[in-house]
Design a protein around this ligand. Structure first.
Ligand code: XBP
Ligand code: MG
Length: 230
């Protein structure tokens, strides 16, 4: 049986790409008088590039900004977007995914330790977790602010395991995307995938299980998380 479950944030705990990031990136473009706006289809493709600042820089280069200008502009836009995201979070604009609270309650009452591994920026991740789950639910929270190599690199998962003092064999990851799955598996964790509208058509080869939502995940009594729930 496993001792800990490590949750991704974006797309997993919250539908933040849909409810927060895409609108905040677009607001940042508009506030900076840039003629760019990402619709759902284009944003879905851009999600292949993890990390908001890297996503912006790659996009700006694809629109003809040279590399150094794209990097500077991406940094500026990302600061603006991060502030908007933080405001949205503190105003209650982002909710936990349906069925998640019940799963978290089942895991904690079974004595399973909980942690977070995200590529998102600490400035909005911390207030989001505090607001939705209280400050003490997750024992360790490692964000993209502390980690240089973002998912699909395994670095964030390796750091969480190091802080928990557990081998990968004692932890299960919960992710929503192919990039997240690759990061968890590369760190040696088994990984449950709970998809959303942006990710459901991705390739989840190597996942321990794939569910369309947390209700289905909880209903799978023989599934990879059931060992912890008991
Ligand atoms: C999600 C990300 C994040 C968000 C934006 O990846 O790549 O960067 O899209 O957040 P995952 P920031 O769910 O695999 O962790 O703008 O703060 O980077
Ligand atoms: Mg994710």
């Amino acid at each position: 049986p496993f001792a800990a479950v490590v949750f991704d944030v974006d797309g997993t705990l919250v539908d933040s790409e849909r409810d927060g990031h895409r609108p905040s990136f677009n607001a940042a473009f508009a506030a900076n008088q840039l003629p760019y706006s990402w619709d759902v289809g284009e944003y879905g493709r851009l999600l292949d590039i993890t990390g908001g600042r890297r996503r912006l820089a790659a996009y700006l280069e694809s629109r003809g900004h040279d590399a150094s200008e794209a990097a500077d502009l991406a940094a500026r836009l990302h600061r603006d977007k991060t502030e908007r995201m933080r405001d949205l979070v503190t105003n209650g604009g982002i909710a936990a995914r349906p069925g998640l609270r019940e799963l978290l309650r089942e895991l904690t009452s079974a004595g399973v330790r909980l942690a977070v591994a995200t590529t998102g920026t600490r400035e909005w991740v911390e207030p989001l977790l505090d607001r939705l789950f209280g400050p003490d639910l997750f024992e360790e929270v490692v964000t993209g602010t502390e980690i240089r190599a973002l998912k699909p690199d395994p670095a964030v998962y390796l750091e969480v395991l190091r802080r928990l003092g557990l081998p990968a064999s004692r932890a299960v990851a919960v992710e929503d995307s192919a990039n997240g799955l690759r990061a968890a598996v590369a760190a040696g964790l088994s990984c449950v995938v709970v998809t959303n509208d942006y990710t459901r058509r991705q390739n989840f080869t190597g996942a321990a299980a794939v569910y369309p939502g947390f209700a289905a995940c909880r209903a799978d009594h023989g599934g990879p998380l059931s060992a912890g729930i008991g």
